[in-house]
Design a protein around this ligand. Structure first.
Ligand SMILES: [Zn+2]
Length: 460
């Protein structure tokens, strides 16, 4: 068993990050003690691996303070001095905390890179508390992130740091074995619009009719919208494209053996941004049953304001659970994603835990795909507000379709480069034995291009 000795401060944070790295990621048993030291040392037999302790030392001067942020541009380290066969996106890696370099002498190895502090910084989303910049939906800006500014948003830097740590451990103690992790394709769909137009809301129907007539100048579209709405009211969705797309999603994924997660909104607090359906709609009940019968997953798409409203999050999760129970749907775990990916790092994760949500999959920037948390592996979250580990797990979202395609984000459209970019993330995730987490809305499958992209990405 590895014996860890670490400085005598930030004990909750250190216990959390050691557990994530050793038990979750590497599957190695360890014991830890705090001591009057300024490095983290790992011992096994007579040999020792020392790792710099930079992040928490800086935090001593100001927890969640600007002074504890990494300085961009970051130093780069050519890891080939440690080994040539480390699984990395590139052997030259940015150093978040600590300094480049390693020294091996006799029975000791010293790594300048502060692996534990840097990984804590990335997984806890520490910078999102420190940096106040937000977009119009109160979301942390990708342009403010260290990952974007230091050009590593497309690298799973946490997973790469774990590989560096493992390379050092393996070099010192070749008999130790790590756990093997199987990569997955986690496909999900936020059900913002189960049907093309609202079945409950006369206001929404009227707005859609006005759009058809005055914006699209098409009486035919308006008539179609009206007919669809009438069919939905009668629970006949046979010709509704958004509803049919949900079946198409299930068909395509069943063929390749994927289980899809469909996240539902159960409340409407924002007049325009939340959903136009309720959990009591017969059509929604039918849809939930169909998803469950076909072996797919149902989850919560917590509504627009919930990201900072604990009581509302609990109400929405409870309503989903009651609806599922009423339909006889049983599921071992309940996960979900925040609508609009809204996230307040000091509040949202604790909210979700209090609502009994097992995992969240919101953490990706809406404007850019990539590794917001630095990893393609799910992990238990940490509450920076309460300074304790949470039961809530994070399944970082890697690609949302519109981040790449939509004009308001990267605007790459349906170009070959867009599909190649999405595929490149899938390849990286699988290289690290991680999860390629893909969000594709059923309302974004209206063209053959969409379906071609989708089919290529969900294929194993
Ligand atoms: Zn949504």
């Amino acid at each position: 068993m590895i014996r860890v000795r670490h400085p005598d401060n930030f004990l909750a944070e250190r216990a959390y990050i050691l557990d994530v790295i050793f038990r979750e990621f590497l599957g190695l048993e360890y014991t830890a003690v705090s001591a009057d030291t300024d490095v983290v040392s790992l011992s096994f037999g007579d040999t020792t691996l020392c790792v710099d302790d930079d992040f928490f030392q800086r935090c001593k001067k100001g927890w969640l303070d600007h002074g504890s942020m990494p300085t961009v541009p970051l130093a780069l380290w050519d890891t080939r001095e440690l080994g040539n066969d480390i699984c990395l996106v590139s052997p030259v890696i940015p150093v978040l905390y600590g300094e480049p370099g390693c020294h091996v002498s006799g029975s000791e190895c010293h790594l300048g890179l502060d692996i534990f502090g840097s990984i804590f910084f990335m997984l806890s989303r520490y910078e999102e508390v420190v940096q106040p910049d937000r977009d119009k939906h109160d979301r942390f800006l990708f342009t403010s992130s260290v990952a974007y500014r230091a050009k590593f948003l497309d690298r799973p830097i946490v997973d790469e740091y774990v590989e560096i740590l493992w390379a050092a451990i393996h070099r010192l103690w070749p008999a130790l074995e790590r756990k093997v992790r199987q990569s997955r394709i986690l496909v999900s769909c936020d059900v913002d619009h189960p049907y093309l137009c609202g079945c409950n809301s006369v206001v929404v129907l009227a707005r859609e009719l006005v759009t058809d007539i005055f914006k699209h100048r098409s009486l035919r579209m308006a008539l179609q919208t009206l007919l669809t709405s009438m069919r939905i009211r009668k629970c006949d969705l046979s010709r509704d494209p958004y509803r049919n797309n949900i079946d198409w999603i299930m068909n395509v994924n069943e063929k390749v053996g994927n289980r899809v997660a469909f996240y539902f909104i159960t409340a409407k607090l924002h007049l325009f941004r939340d959903c136009n359906y309720t959990m009591s709609d017969p059509a929604i009940r039918d849809l939930l049953c169909s998803i469950a019968e076909r072996g797919h997953e149902i989850g919560l798409h917590a509504s627009y304001y919930t990201y900072q409203d604990p009581a509302q999050t609990i109400r929405e999760a409870d309503l989903l659970r009651r609806t599922m129970a009423a339909e006889g749907i049983q599921q071992a775990i309940l996960g979900g994603r925040q609508h609009y990916l809204r996230w307040q790092p000091l509040i949202t994760p604790s909210n979700l835990e209090a609502a009994g949500i097992d995992y969240d999959s919101s953490l990706c920037f809406a404007d850019r795909p990539g590794f917001r948390c630095g990893t393609c592996h799910e992990y238990p979250m940490y509450s920076l507000a309460e300074r304790r580990p949470l039961k809530l797990r994070q399944r970082p979202l890697i690609v949302m379709e519109s981040s790449v395609i939509a004009k308001r984000y990267m605007g790459m459209g349906y170009s070959d480069a867009a599909l190649e970019l999405m595929k490149s993330y899938k390849r990286i995730c699988h290289r690290f034995g991680g999860d390629f987490t893909l969000l594709w809305h059923n309302s974004h499958l209206m063209t053959e291009h969409d379906k071609r992209f989708y089919s290529a990405l969900v294929r194993r």
